[in-house]
Design a protein around this ligand. Structure first.
Ligand code: HXC
Length: 305
């Protein structure tokens, strides 16, 4: 294979040119994990197409800075940043109330807050496993619960940002895989339970997305062979990793009128990678067996990895 079969979008692309301007005028998006690269990309795209937004992140100062940056994408846009931990159900209720006070409504919910680090099963303490379950799964539940009264008023739409690790299994990701499997199940259930109220619930499952903090941090802390880092075409039918704007496109589609009958799906945005058995973290697998594995990756002790 020589190079990607579908070109990588330009760095400045917020989304493809498939969408009419202002399609989300008057809509409000509420997004957890909104200061991260993928979710801020989703919100930026929605705001550029007319929406206002509230984003939630654990680090208040950083989240407010990202909100201010996103607002610059469209003159007149309002984007609020809140410091809030999704494990704190009461804090989320307050943040939702403040969002409605300032922006009037919530039409679109993106549950994107996630925790991730690499560890073998033995390297995880009970608290480490629970921490990721609490952020990814319980945090998604808390967020839905807090937003539901507003989503019922607007016949809103929900997107959970999940993954593909759990389709295939992925070494060093037992905690994340278990949590994301739960997130998918939560979404599928809500699709049935909330459908009668006019609310849709879907999953977007990104594969390996280039130029994101999460991937770069994880890759940097492992002994991933250089040729795999530089040439991910070996792992992906389309010959490259994904772009943030391509996750944004899927988001726009699901929240647009074109997505109104789509409910209870997991839309995988990974170039077909998982179909080959290559979950995004499967390149980590050989690192366990490399001769220098212990040197490259200190199992269970690489805090913050
Ligand atoms: C083993 C670890 C660990 C590590 C933390 N712990 N890091 N155990 N290996 N590398 C353990 C701690 O020792 C502790 O257990 C428990 O986890 C909780 O740690 P705290 O630091 O107290 O928790 P907290 O501050 O609440 O959050 C920790 C965190 C968080 C989950 C690591 O900081 C985080 O989520 N950071 C990354 C956020 C992120 O990148 N999100 C995007 C995900 S992107 P003990 O027993 O000591 O109390 C994504 C796609 C990536 O998921 C694609 C991959 C290929």
């Amino acid at each position: 294979m020589s190079g990607p079969s579908v070109p990588f979008p330009s760095e400045n692309e917020l989304y493809s040119n498939a969408w009419a301007k202002d399609i989300f005028k008057g809509k409000v998006v509420f997004c957890t994990g909104g200061a991260g690269t993928i979710c801020s990309g989703q919100v930026r795209a929605l705001v550029s197409l007319g929406a206002n937004a509230a984003i939630v992140g654990r680090r208040e100062g950083n989240t407010k800075n990202v909100a201010a940056e996103i607002a610059k994408v469209r003159p007149g846009a309002t984007v609020i940043g809140f410091g809030c931990d999704v494990r704190d159900a009461d804090a989320l209720v307050s943040v939702v109330a403040e969002t409605v006070k300032q922006l009037g409504r919530i039409d679109f919910l993106i549950c994107g807050a996630a925790g991730n680090f690499l560890s073998t099963v033995e390297g995880l303490s009970t608290n480490a496993f629970k921490t990721v379950m609490d952020i990814d799964l319980l945090g998604s539940y808390n967020t839905v619960k807090a937003c539901l009264p507003e989503l019922r008023k607007t016949k809103g739409r929900i997107i959970f940002v999940s993954a593909t690790f759990h389709y295939t299994g992925a070494a060093l990701q037992s905690h994340v895989s278990a949590a994301k499997a739960g997130v998918d199940a939560l979404s599928h259930t809500l699709a049935i339970e909330l459908g009668p109220a006019g609310i849709t619930s879907n999953v977007i499952a990104p594969g390996a997305i280039a130029n994101t903090e999460g991937m770069e941090r994880l890759v940097a802390r492992t002994g991933v062979p250089e040729d795999l880092k530089k040439n991910p075409s070996k792992m992906n039918p389309l010959g490259r990793w994904g772009a943030v704007s391509e996750v944004a496109d899927a988001t726009i589609f699901l929240f647009s009128e074109a997505g109104r009958y789509i409910n209870g799906v997991a839309l995988v945005v990974d170039g077909g990678s998982w179909r080959t058995g290559n979950a995004p973290a499967s390149f980590l697998y050989p690192t366990i067996f490399l001769p220098d594995a212990e040197k490259n990756f200190q199992f269970g002790t690489a805090k913050g990895a």
